[in-house]
Write a protein that binds this ligand. Sequence first.
Ligand code: 3PG
Length: 208
Amino acid sequence: MSDATEALCRKAPVIPVLIVEKASDAKPLAEALIAGGLPCLEVTLRTEAALEVIAEMAQVAGGHVGAGTLLTPQDVENAKKSGATFGVSPGATDRILDAAEANDLPLLPGAATATEAMQLLEKGYRIQKFFPAEANGGAPALKALASPLPQISFCPTGGVSLANAPDYLGLSNTLCVGGSWVAPTKAFEAKDWKTIENLAREAVTRLS
Ligand code: 3PG
């Protein structure tokens, strides 16, 4: 499980966190982000269209589409059936971990404390999402976990921006960051895919 999520986290410095209301936006959005250099996309299961969005995006060449905000075993099953190739969860429960394993879905589970990170490590998860990153102490908090828990690497997410991403990416225990800033709502509404492609490219250029 962790080998697969590690490979995904190493593909680009940012995993865009996407909240997509309309399935018709899925393909152009994925194409823009991938063209800008961000191939791993997290589609949060926070909209009615999310599963359809995943199915549409999964057809776009060059991308790796995951389902985020996995909260129940049913979410995991639905994500897998829709074509998600990885999952992301804000935290971790035994039911979610079991469902991810049963569905053979590589999972990036969330941890916010040393205890949560250790519990996940015991279950074999060496790659974890640090969430909510900024509210939880930001890069200094994540840095403090590196010395006692060097075998765990993170994708900090939540409040991460182009401005503070370098603070995280400079840490020995950070592989990539997650963030929504590369796909702002305004650009969606205007179907301004060029702006989104440029934001993705800017992130790759400044953070790689
Ligand atoms: C989320 O759950 O929405 C993610 O953590 C993204 O957070 P962000 O909008 O602060 O990037």
